[in-house]
Design a protein around this ligand. Structure first.
Ligand SMILES: [Zn+2]
Length: 86
């Protein structure tokens, strides 16, 4: 008669997408707001102060200042639309 002994399983881990930041964090050096750390080649951290931080991989963070007003390219469709907005 074989004896079945189930192996002890590790405690369940529950992941939630709400609440405090789970995992590494990134702190904006300009205003010290805290965000989840940007993923490698993922979406940049877009800080409230206007600076974007993009993870280029290997821990390399690219910093760009993109203010909400006046930060868009002026040669795109937005420029053409100015003619008809008078
Ligand atoms: Zn900031």
């Amino acid at each position: 008669m074989a004896t079945h002994k189930p192996a002890a399983s590790p405690a369940a881990v529950t992941y939630t997408d709400a609440g405090p930041i789970d995992g590494p964090t990134f702190t904006c050096p300009r205003c010290e707001r805290v965000y989840p750390y940007p993923q490698d080649h993922g979406a940049p951290v877009r800080c409230e102060c206007g600076w974007w931080y993009t993870n280029e991989g290997h821990g390399r963070i690219i910093e760009e200042f993109r203010p909400r007003i006046g930060g868009a390219a002026t040669s795109g469709p937005e420029k053409a639309a100015e003619r008809g907005s008078a």
